[in-house]
Design a protein around this ligand. Structure first.
Ligand SMILES: NC(=O)c1ccc[n+]([C@@H]2O[C@H](COP(=O)([O-])OP(=O)(O)OC[C@H]3O[C@@H](n4cnc5c(N)ncnc54)[C@H](OP(=O)(O)O)[C@@H]3O)[C@@H](O)[C@H]2O)c1
Length: 281
């Protein structure tokens, strides 16, 4: 697996596996075991996914040494604030039965994220977390946090897919040396992503699927994709993206698909904040 170097010098795999919407413990454990067996080393979970225990069990069952894995979790908004965020990360470690995490992100720019970031900075300095960062931070919030904190976020995990390409956001994140991760690289299949004619045609030139074309496009933009699947054969497929390259013309064709809007919701709308606040208390 190729890797990227974060702004604090640590290595992170160039592609990762996400476990959003796999709440069942047995299924999640089995899925993560299969993903690690397929070759994934970056596993992305979150306090709000309700599957940290299963992820921890899979890590122990995988037979792969802890140092070879890169484990991420995220602090949910109900755990925001310096004291609570700090203890919530210790709770996540306890659930996963781990003694350190590779990356912890603030899941949303909602509630006391400054306090949460102070907690993360402390955990980072204590060596309990190897890198700290954010998720769903639009350029203004990212610049704010980066400018007024001693430790610059190492990662910002945002929605990026051919319908929502985040070109301007990428420029700002690069300016602050923040590595982008793409969530919902397939937009969860919305808006006919998997049957899109542009992506299908490009894939046919290489004998690759639409999913592989999207993941390759992200890799070539310097973005780390996080794909989710519960199917073993798709895990292999989604990892088999390092043996071909898209041309400048193909990158341009995909660039023309940008609708510049989320397939889910805009985090900057008051209704979105209200929806998130009501999700997990
Ligand atoms: N930070 C955040 O706020 C946030 C938000 C959302 C997601 N995430 C992270 O990003 C990860 C990925 O996002 P996501 O799970 O929402 O969406 P996604 O990866 O864009 O899409 C997942 C969907 O695509 C299907 N799929 C996967 N590979 C496929 C392939 N090769 N061909 C056809 N269908 C395929 C999966 O079905 P099957 O499972 O049936 O294969 C599933 O329905 C999450 O698991 C999570 O770790 C973070």
């Amino acid at each position: 697996m190729q890797s990227v170097i974060l702004n604090n010098g640590i290595q992170m795999p160039a592609a990762g596996f996400g476990v959003f919407q796999i709440p069942d413990e047995t299924q999640c454990m089995q899925t993560v075991c299969q993903a690690i067996e397929a070759g994934y080393r970056l596993i992305d979970t979150a306090q709000s996914y309700g599957n940290e225990i299963a992820v921890g069990k899979a890590i122990r069952a995988s037979g792969i040494s802890r140092q070879e894995l890169f484990i991420t979790t995220k602090i949910w908004i109900s755990n925001a604030g310096e004291t609570q965020a700090y203890s919530s990360v210790l709770e996540s470690l306890e659930k996963m039965q781990l003694d350190y995490l590779d990356l912890v992100l603030i899941h949303q720019p909602v509630n006391d994220y400054y306090g949460s970031y102070r907690a993360l900075t402390k955990l980072y300095k204590q060596g309990i977390v190897r890198a700290i960062g954010v998720s769903n931070f639009y350029p203004d919030r990212l610049a704010d946090l980066a400018l007024f904190n001693e430790v610059t976020p190492a990662v910002n995990q945002i929605e990026i897919n051919p319908f929502h390409q985040q070109i301007d956001a990428q420029k700002i994140n690069e300016k602050y040396h923040v590595q982008l991760q793409a969530w919902a690289p397939f937009a969860e299949g919305r808006n006919g992503m998997f049957t899109n004619p542009v992506l299908t045609e490009i894939g046919s030139r290489y004998g690759k699927s639409v999913g592989q074309v999207i993941l390759r496009w992200l890799i070539q933009r310097g973005i780390v994709p996080l794909a989710k699947t519960v199917r073993k054969e798709r895990m292999q497929e989604n990892l088999n993206i390092f043996d071909f390259s898209l041309t400048a013309e193909e990158m341009q064709l995909i660039a023309s698909m940008d609708r510049q809007e989320s397939s889910f919701f805009d985090h900057r709308q008051a209704a979105s904040v209200e929806m998130l606040a009501g999700l997990v208390r």
